[in-house]
Design a protein around this ligand. Structure first.
Ligand SMILES: C[S@@+](CC[C@H](N)C(=O)[O-])C[C@H]1O[C@@H](n2cnc3c(N)ncnc32)[C@H](O)[C@@H]1O
Length: 253
């Protein structure tokens, strides 16, 4: 496996970074959900519930679960009982395969489509979705601004963007514990569950390299979104961002 320090170096070309990130997820795909639950001590259930509160799930919804992996969010949306359709889009074949197989075992009330595509170059027409949710995915993009512009393009005017992403805890003591856990414990834990440690070293490193919530809000706004909010969860271990694609004067009623 490629050294995560190498792919996070500024001089690494974006295409190489993307290839390695996808290799990491391809390697852990079948055990990703298990790793997510164990390594977050089950907290991700609470974080996901909190993020979904920002998502408008109305009859006839068309929601994109971008960088959706095994479709954790899409499955929750499809199980709400409200009629509609979700699309999981991810670059990793193995993550998508894990999601499809989970869905085949436990079918949801509503259809889920699985699409292999690059978030920075989406194969969907403009205004295809009412809402887009991105769970722990935006940090993995080689060019976050490009990804946000693509999301903006595929959303309808007035459509909602919800991003759930790791961030650095606010309290100094929790930060110390968190650094110890993510660099000292998590890679070993990850190896035990998935057989790989590089993806988890990458996870810990990429969280540190990702901009602060304040900066992320600015980047979202500069991609054309309005009403950008940010909500820290669990002392800021995770942050949920929400934003709206501005309606143009002509589309406003
Ligand atoms: C940490 S996983 C998150 C999976 C899921 N969203 C969740 O909530 O558990 C990040 C996902 O982003 C995907 N990814 C990374 N870069 C991508 C890109 N450029 N386009 C599409 N998916 C990408 C990876 O393949 C991986 O499945």
């Amino acid at each position: 496996m490629v050294n995560p320090h190498h792919i996070l170096a500024k001089k690494t070309p974006a295409a190489d970074k993307k290839k390695v990130v996808v290799q990491y997820f391809d390697a852990i795909g079948p055990r990703y959900d298990l790793a997510d639950t164990f390594m977050s001590f089950g907290l991700h259930f609470f974080w996901r519930r909190a993020a979904l509160k920002y998502l408008p799930i109305k009859t006839g919804y068309r929601i994109l679960d971008l960088c959706g992996g095994a479709g954790e969010f899409a499955r929750r949306i499809a199980g709400t009982g409200t009629r509609g359709m979700s699309v999981v889009c991810d670059l990793s074949r193995s993550m998508l395969a894990a999601g499809k197989s989970n869905s085949a075992e436990k079918p949801c009330e509503n259809p889920i489509q699985w699409v292999q595509s690059d978030a920075e170059q989406l194969g969907f027409a403009e205004k295809s979705f009412d809402a887009v949710i991105v769970g722990y995915g935006i940090r993995n993009l080689s060019d976050v601004t490009l990804g946000l512009r693509e999301i903006h393009r595929v959303l309808i005017p007035g459509g909602k963007l919800v991003i759930m992403e790791f961030s650095i805890p606010r309290s100094r003591w929790i930060r110390i514990l968190y650094h110890w856990y993510s660099f000292g414990v998590m890679p070993g834990f990850g190896r035990l569950i998935t057989g790989e440690d590089a993806p988890f070293i990458y996870l810990a490193e990429s969280i540190r390299k990702f901009p602060s919530p304040k900066k992320v809000q600015e980047v979202i706004a500069s991609a054309g979104f309005i009403r950008v909010t940010c909500q820290p969860l669990s002392n800021g271990l995770v942050t949920v961002y929400s934003a709206i694609k501005q309606e143009t004067a002509r589309t406003k009623k």
